[in-house]
Design a protein around this ligand. Structure first.
Ligand code: PEP
Ligand code: MG
Length: 592
């Protein structure tokens, strides 16, 4: 089908053009039959089951080792979650009980698995569905092993783009970028382990394409645009040339931006802005360093809680390695922001525990509210953060603060964490800077009172926008209402910045607004001290800051803040475009 464009979910950035190979599920699942030899006693189904578990464990350990040699420990941990399924006591006990009652190992394991995953197919939450897919991956391996087969991905040897219905994490882990230059799948989402692994392996990928396997034939040319989540099948000459140009432009633009990494982040009239990075997954830390970030302005810690509750030691190790890597710059660690759209499975079994299932999650037991309610979890995290502050470059940040009460309670938990560490004879620095996210309108309205209690404020414009405008930030039906440049949001931001400055505290912005090209002159003109953006945007933001003048920014901020309507702000922004060359350049890119 000439030039067919299909949109999916951008899973891993980059653009590639190449020949597609469509893999049917039987190919991906492998069919190399191996007879079990040695220890297996025929007829003893329990032993057969145990031997199958050992085989799968060995397979997964080898895959993990290989994947680790090409990526890093954090990503390799994805496979630990699969290995842990093999230790699931209930699953193992139920299978063995079934065998003892007369079922074969295969029948009993299938029944136990069905029982364990009952009801999950109907779960809508993408995160939970993806974790269930991981468990099914291991279950498939065990079943193959019980049938005397080895589940092995059998790939072609020549360079190609892989197209399949789905890819399980243990298969993705085995992909070699020199052979598989990109991939596209019918299923999968941005948070699936397959997507995370593709990013770690730097293989451009688009997932969630629904029916791509129906439209593509092996040998056809295909374009994978992992930046925009687009796939083009059998591109015509014009499209191919356009994409080749995009690849060149992308490389050139990257080169141009990279040359800015070591330059200071100052407006043309010499006003300095701290430009830090937001880190959501560990791989972003390297990018932050490569792009010359002045620190980590927001380290989201939810990734540590994806599979299970992390202990103090594990967290301490992770935070310490981050702090060491970014030193002498600062690492601002935000405590767990569970809830809202960040539902996570606490524990290996991805059951959404009833504790964190709210009818209205964004207004429910989220962020600091959860932490104050589960102080066992909170204090373990605080202890780990305090211990990681060996060089004194770690700062603490609390999410979802609504008023002074939560700040005081959270601060007393920090004291409790310190007391526990002292009792346990563990070393930590007594002084640690504490900051608060301003992302709930009530907090913005009393930002002065909050700022007095802490060392700095960080505006979470994503949540501040959704809570101010009563507009779910992830709901596509109300996306036209979600406008961070709404006069009400801008007024709350101004109020926050002024309040922090009036008590001599610095204030940053770590929400997406920091990389919203048109918000940049407004934030700078209002006097923001720091911006923290995703690594991907860091150099672009620096480029724009270096082209702005503080005087101009102040005028723009003043004028915008006097406007009362969204339309007024929009009109003004259009005017800015005509008046100021840098804004015009930014706008043109933005409108593309
Ligand atoms: C925000 O709300 O702006 C923010 C940075 O936090 P998150 O997006 O993680 O909720
Ligand atoms: Mg937030």
């Amino acid at each position: 089908m000439k030039n067919k464009l299909i949109r999916g979910v951008p899973a891993s950035p980059g653009i590639v053009i190449g020949k597609a190979v469509r893999y049917g599920s039987e190919k991906l699942k492998g069919s190399k039959v191996q007879e079990f030899k040695g220890s297996m006693v025929k007829g003893d189904e329990v032993q057969k089951f145990e031997s199958a578990l050992d085989t799968v464990r060995r397979e997964l350990e080898l895959i993990r080792e290989d994947f680790l040699s090409r990526t890093d420990e954090h990503h390799a941990r994805i496979l630990d979650a699969e290995l842990l399924v093999l230790e699931d006591e209930t699953l193992m006990k139920n299978t063995i009980d079934g065998i003892k009652k007369g079922a074969s190992a295969i029948e009993s394991f299938k029944a136990s698995m069905d029982q364990a995953l009952k009801g999950f197919d109907r779960v809508k939450d993408e995160y939970i569905r993806e974790r269930v897919a991981d468990i099914r991956d291991v279950a498939e391996r065990i079943l193959h092993s019980l049938k005397g087969q080895s589940r092995k991905l059998s790939l072609r040897k020549e360079k190609h783009i892989l197209v399949a219905t789905d890819l399980v994490p243990s298969d993705t882990a085995m992909l070699d970028k020199k052979i598989v230059t990109g991939f596209a799948t019918d299923l999968g989402g941005e948070t699936s382990h397959t997507s995370i692994m593709a990013r770690a392996l730097k293989i451009p990928a688009v997932v969630g394409l629904k029916e791509i396997t129906k439209f593509i034939e092996t040998g056809e040319e295909i374009i994978i645009d992992g930046n925009h989540g687009v796939v083009v099948i059998d591109p015509d000459e014009r499209t191919r040339r356009a994409y080749e140009k995009r690849i060149r432009e992308f490389q050139e633009y990257e080169r141009e931006l990279l040359s800015l990494a070591s330059l200071p982040c100052k407006t043309i009239d010499g006003h300095s802005i701290e430009l830090a990075c937001n880190i959501e997954i560990p791989e972003e830390l390297d990018a932050a360093l490569d792009y010359g970030a002045s620190g980590v302005g927001l380290m989201r810690t939810e990734f540590l809680y994806l599979e299970k509750l992390p202990g103090e030691e594990e967290q301490c190790k992770t935070y310490s390695s981050f702090a060491k890597k970014i030193y002498p710059h600062s690492l601002i660690i935000r405590t767990l922001d569970i809830g809202g759209d960040k539902l996570i499975g606490l524990g290996l079994n991805p059951t959404p525990t009833s504790e964190i299932r709210d009818a209205n999650p964004f207004l429910g037991w989220r962020g600091i509210r959860f932490s104050l309610g589960r102080q066992d979890i909170f204090i373990a995290q605080l202890k780990a953060i305090l211990r990681a502050n060996k060089q004194g470059n770690v700062k603490l940040l609390f999410p979802m603060i609504g008023g002074v009460r939560e700040v005081l309670e959270a601060k007393s938990c920090v004291e409790e964490a310190k007391a526990q560490l002292s009792r346990e004879g563990k070393t930590y620095r007594k002084n640690i800077e504490i900051g608060v996210m301003i992302e709930v309108p009530s907090a913005a309205l009393i930002a002065g009172a909050i700022a007095k209690e802490v060392d700095f404020l960080s505006i979470g414009s994503n949540d501040l926008t959704q809570y101010t405008l009563a507009c779910d930030r992830g709901n596509i039906k109300v996306q036209d209402y979600y406008n961070p440049l709404h006069p009400a949001v801008l007024k709350l931001i101004k109020r926050t910045i002024d309040a922090a400055h009036s008590v001599r505290k610095w204030v940053g912005c770590c929400g997406e607004l920091g990389n919203h090209p048109l918000a940049l002159p407004i934030l700078i003109g209002l006097g923001i001290d720091e911006l923290s953006v995703a690594p991907l945007y860091l150099l672009e933001v620096k480029k724009n800051i270096r082209a702005l003048s503080m005087d101009e920014a102040r005028i723009i901020a003043n004028e915008v803040l006097s406007l009362e309507t969204e339309e007024g702000v929009k009109r003004y922004v259009k005017e800015m475009k005509k008046k100021i060359p840098v804004i015009r350049e930014i706008m043109e890119k933005y409108e593309e």
